[in-house]
Structures are given as structure tokens and as C-alpha cells.
Write a protein that binds this ligand. Structure first.
Ligand SMILES: Cc1cc2nc3c(=O)[nH]c(=O)nc-3n(C[C@H](O)[C@H](O)[C@H](O)COP(=O)(O)O)c2cc1C
Length: 304
């Protein structure tokens, strides 16, 4: 009997749907026992968000300052053959509930075990995953594989549709004239193919990394421009997060003005800086071909 622990958090249910799809081949399988642990922030984050509350989680996300979470239900000393950690990205960083879990004593459950990560995000996950990988390794976990599902629409259109979704709760905008926000239902459904690969690997008693096999089935796609984008944006995010944190912790009214300034910056960045940056990045990718190819290899292999 193989024992699998699935740790995840989802605000809208999107990541829960992905986890359900990937783990579908394990269900009704008598040789597998599967335990789902839903990480619960205390208090829950609001959905839909107000623009201010959305930006108020920014500094803590970037600086890796965890939120409070409810006690977990699983046995951290249990004997698991595989730990699956499913997470989403907030401001190029792991979301606050996942940071909270990774920083908690219960993260020791990964010690000595293969850990498969599943990311469900818009499209920028590279730097967040660097942080998550480091924390898994620090807890003694072994990187087993990574599966990334993202929004396939054009970057700028994707920003618009996800912003409307996050701030209104509506995935369909302009009567369906624009693509629905988030990851497509088809991609979520098709993610069960990864579960079949994992099942085979577990049945073979093969605890070695399955990244190459997963990648042959489209588990990880690295968009060259985003490598440059993320590095650039992250540097600016670090300046903003420190600037806001100087006025206090999350929810502190003293920092509200700075949070709103950041919101104004974000809007300007999306409307003005992002389109220019997109063009420059296409050029930069052509000029730095060798360097970019190395980075693509690194990020898609899920190594540290
Ligand atoms: C506060 C916040 C910041 C986000 N920042 C990013 C980001 O930097 N990169 C990205 O690809 N997606 C980002 N997203 C989208 C999430 O990764 C995720 O796709 C979305 O919130 C749905 O996830 P759910 O399963 O928790 O509902 C952000 C979402 C939120 C709420």
C-alpha cells in the first residue's frame, strides 16, 4: 500500500480542481491511500478581494512573512511514500498560507521523502519556485518533480482578466468576448495524465525524480521572456515591500497610504511599463540566447 499526503491551499477552488485532476488516477485504487490536507489561513483571505487588501498581502508575500494558519489534521510523523505540495504564486512568491506551512514545524513531514510540487498560477512562477525548492530541501525533502499549470492567454490580456476575477469574483468578462480568467478547464482536466505517470513511478518502487518523464508530457514550460521579466520585477518588488513594511504589519492603517501608492504603481506598470518591457524582453532574449537557454534548462529540470 502506497501512502500519499497532499498538502494544498486554494482560494477560488482552482488549485483544488488541479489537485483533484492530478490525483484522480490514485482514487479508487486499492494500492494507494491518499490524505488531503487543506491549509486554512486564520482568518481566511477574502474573495473577491478589495484592491487595497489585495495589495496589502504584497509586502509579506515578497518578504516571506507567513500568515497564521489553523492546526493541520495530518500526522506529521506518518510514513508517506510521496508528499504532494500544491501551491499558487502571490507576487512572484509562494502564497502566504503556503509560506506559513513551509515555515511550520509540520513541514518536517517532508524530511527524507520525495516531494512533488504542483503550481497553479497565472504565468510567473520561476522565482517563487526557487524559494519553495530551498524550503523543501531545508526540511530534508527530496525534489521529486514539478508540474506547472498556468493561464495560456497573452500576458497583458491575462493580467486584465485575472485582475477582474480577483476583484469581482467573475471569470467571464465582457460577456465572454475575452478569454475566461485563469487556467482553462481543459488544461485542468488533462492534468490527470500526470497522475498516471506518478502512479507508474510509485508502482515501480522508483523514488527517483520523474521530471524528465513529466516534461515529455508538458509538465513544465518556461517562457524565455518571463525569466528576464521576473528578475526585473522582483528587484522593484523588494524595494516596495521594504518601503511599505517600514509603516507596520499587514492590516496596519499606518501603511495604507503606501499600499495605495503601490497599487497606483502596479496599475502604471501594467498599462505603461509592461508593454514596453515585453518588446525589450523579446530583443534581450535574442541577444542573450546562450544565457537564456541555460536558465530554461535549469528551471525546467527542477533542481537546486
Ligand atoms: C495576491 C495575489 C497575487 C498574485 N500574484 C501572482 C504572480 O505573481 N504570478 C502569477 O503567476 N500568479 C499570481 N496570482 C494568481 C495566483 O497564483 C492564482 O493563480 C490565483 O490566485 C488562483 O489561485 P487559487 O487556487 O488560490 O484560487 C496572484 C494571485 C493573488 C491573489
Amino acid at each position: 500500500m502506497k501512502k500519499i499526503l497532499v498538502i494544498h491551499y486554494s482560494q477560488t477552488g482552482q488549485l483544488t480542481d488541479i489537485v483533484d485532476s492530478v490525483t484522480a488516477p490514485f482514487k479508487n485504487n486499492e494500492t494507494v491511500s491518499i490524505i488531503y490536507e487543506n491549509i486554512k489561513p486564520k482568518p481566511a483571505f477574502p474573495f473577491p478581494w478589495s484592491a487595497t487588501r489585495f495589495c496589502d498581502v504584497f509586502p509579506e508575500s515578497v518578504e516571506g512573512i507567513p500568515c497564521e494558519i489553523e492546526p493541520v489534521q495530518f500526522d506529521p510523523d506518518g510514513d508517506y511514500d510521496l508528499v504532494i505540495l500544491a501551491y499558487q504564486v502571490w507576487f512572484l512568491s509562494p502564497s502566504l498560507p503556503i509560506t506559513a506551512f513551509l515555515n511550520s514545524p509540520e513541514a518536517k513531514v517532508m524530511n527524507g521523502r520525495p516531494v512533488l510540487t504542483i503550481i497553479g498560477c497565472r504565468n510567473m512562477w520561476l522565482l517563487a519556485h526557487e524559494t519553495v525548492k530551498q524550503k523543501i530541501i531545508r526540511s530534508g525533502g527530496r525534489l521529486f518533480g514539478n508540474i506547472v499549470l498556468g493561464d495560456r492567454t497573452n500576458n497583458l490580456l491575462g493580467v486584465l482578466t485575472i485582475a477582474v476575477w480577483m476583484l469581482s469574483g467573475k471569470k467571464k468578462i465582457l460577456f465572454g468576448l475575452l478569454p475566461d480568467a485563469g487556467i482553462s478547464g481543459r488544461d485542468i482536466q488533462d492534468a490527470s495524465r500526470f497522475g498516471a505517470i506518478l502512479m507508474e513511478s510509485l508502482n515501480n518502487n522508483d523514488p527517483g525524480p520523474v521530471q524528465e518523464t513529466l516534461n515529455r508530457h508538458g509538465a513544465v514550460t518556461v517562457v524565455p521572456q518571463y525569466i528576464l521579466f521576473e528578475k526585473r520585477i522582483h528587484k522593484i518588488f523588494k524595494i516596495w515591500s521594504k518601503f511599505i513594511l517600514r509603516k507596520g504589519k499587514r492590516g496596519n492603517p499606518a501603511r495604507r497610504f503606501r499600499v495605495r501608492l503601490f497599487l497606483a504603481y502596479l496599475l502604471a506598470a501594467i498599462c505603461v511599463i509592461a508593454p514596453v518591457s515585453s518588446v525589450l524582453s523579446i530583443l534581450a532574449v535574442k541577444l542573450k540566447k546562450g544565457e537564456i537557454q541555460k536558465a530554461i534548462d535549469y528551471f525546467s529540470k527542477n533542481i537546486v
